[in-house]
Design a protein around this ligand. Structure first.
Ligand code: 8YV
Length: 325
């Protein structure tokens, strides 16, 4: 007797070892061409599928979730951020949602430091000068950037990734300030200064690292008014979600020199980013690479599968169940 495996729809082309396990344990529809689904196409393609393995940027809005066939019981996102999944709409339909916390903490914190250093030390201008054959040789005043060691770093969102950024920044003898929904216990705070009101942290931010999720409360949080509260010549780093920043305000501050530089891995509306970024020499820009290591992407995929397997194969609660807040 053959028992049929539950059907899982993969919205993206995932790493080979992840797809191998997905195909071994489920009746899986893969997406080798990595074609992007829009909402209606996704709802249509999900007919007969019990699980959807998706990624950030997939349109799992309330409208898509309402249009999903009754066969869909679970959505596992290959990401820690889940702003692209309307969790409340999923809950209304009894659809479980899971994410991939923990496994991308270190890789993302590494990229935050790359962005911080790349912005502060004018890496974009340096590599451009070299690669365009415009380097005339070492000069005493060439490409002088912002010193990092000993400066103050404000972290918006002191969850797993924020704390890993703080740990790395301590190696640069940076003084850590942070805002978080709740104050951390002393063993996790490690001497950092807590600001219950994030606005109060801004005057202390020689550097600001955004590590908070995108929510209605954080949308466009870094705006002109808040940039004005930061020290002149500060550096902004964003490895969380582009929507936390008001692009117009950030670009204006980088143009005017109010901010010295920015290091950015995530953009509102990516990949169609605000055109203003392309002309800024003091913006160190990366194409959403925070979790892009082989080890991390495999771990994210395996975590998404752990959740799908727990629920769809073993009837257990997914270990990384996400709840509507
Ligand atoms: C992922 C991320 O690679 O996990 C997240 O929330 O931002 C990324 O690092 C991406 O979202 C894949 O879905």
């Amino acid at each position: 007797m053959t028992t049929s495996k539950p059907k899982v729809l993969a919205t993206r082309h995932f790493p080979p070892d992840v797809e191998k396990r997905l195909a071994a344990n489920f009746d899986a529809l893969l997406n080798p061409q990595d074609r992007l689904y829009d909402g209606p196409a996704l709802a249509k393609a999900a007919a007969g599928y019990a699980g959807i393995m998706c990624a950030a940027g997939d349109p799992l809005s309330a409208a898509t979730i309402e249009a999903l066939p009754d066969s869909v019981k679970m959505i596992a996102t290959f990401s820690v951020g889940y702003e692209h999944v309307d969790v409340a709409a999923a809950a209304k339909r009894g659809i479980k949602v899971s994410n991939t916390p923990d496994v991308l903490t270190d890789a993302t914190a590494d990229i935050a430091l790359l962005c911080l250093l790349g912005a502060a030390r004018r890496a974009h201008e340096g590599t451009t000068m070299l690669r365009t054959h415009n380097w005339v040789g070492w000069e005493p005043t060439q490409l002088m950037g912002t010193h990092v060691t000993g400066k103050r770093l404000g972290i918006l969102g002191m969850g797993r990734i924020g704390q890993a950024v703080a740990d790395r920044a301590r190696a640069f003898r940076m003084t850590i300030h942070y805002n978080n929904r709740s104050r951390l216990p002393a063993d996790l705070e490690k001497g950092a200064t807590f600001h219950a009101n994030p606005d109060d942290m801004l005057p202390h931010c020689d550097f600001l690292s955004i590590n908070a999720p995108l929510t209605p409360q954080t949308r466009k949080w870094v705006n002109a008014e808040r940039i004005a509260k930061m020290p002149k010549g500060a550096v902004v780093v964003n490895t969380a979600r582009g929507g936390v920043v008001d692009d117009e305000a950030l670009i204006a501050a980088l143009k005017s020199g109010r901010l010295a530089a920015a290091g950015i891995d995530v953009f509102d509306g990516e990949p169609k980013i605000h055109q203003g970024y392309y002309d800024l020499q003091n913006a160190f820009l990366l194409p959403h690479m925070g979790s892009a290591t082989v080890e991390t992407r495999n771990a994210m995929g395996f975590k998404a599968l752990d959740n799908l397997e727990a629920f769809l194969l073993n009837g257990k609660t997914p270990p990384d169940l996400v709840k509507a807040s």
